[in-house]
Design a protein around this ligand. Sequence first.
Ligand code: ADP
Length: 153
Amino acid sequence: YTGKTGSQLLTEKVKKIKVGEYSSMPVVIQESATVYEAIVTMFLEDVGTLYISNKSGQLAGVVSRKDLLRASMGKQDMNTIPINIIMTRMPNITYCFKEDYLLEVAHKLIDKQIDGLPVVKQAEDGKGLEVVGRVTKTNITKAFVELARDEII
Ligand code: ADP
């Protein structure tokens, strides 16, 4: 018997959870896509955030629902606006690796007031980052529910 309280054990457990255990598949579109194509993809894939990659497959940008709403408020034709002019671009993207702690991601989401982070890995050629997953508030909610379901001790 360790002499630890239930809450100490729970804290230890929370701090050990890694991003890889709770990440989802990312939805990635090409930089050459239009705003219209991004809206259709977001709707069909049922996600709140799309990641944008360049021709070499490296992470180049992020677009959220509100980015697309904002772009659609203007008078411009959404079929002619390239996604890369409205996206949040590198190096301003907050990302994580699958070996990172989920708690660290939760702190970043609160800090930056965003819904999720791309999970990335170093590209094979050593240049840039490739998106391999996503971790959102929904994934963190799932982890939270599973922790409550688990029997401690
Ligand atoms: P919404 O804008 O639909 O409320 P978010 O809160 O996730 O969704 O996004 C807020 C802003 O932050 C958007 O402009 C979006 O492009 C940007 N953003 C989203 N995810 C990230 C990220 N991981 N790193 C940097 N910026 C991001």
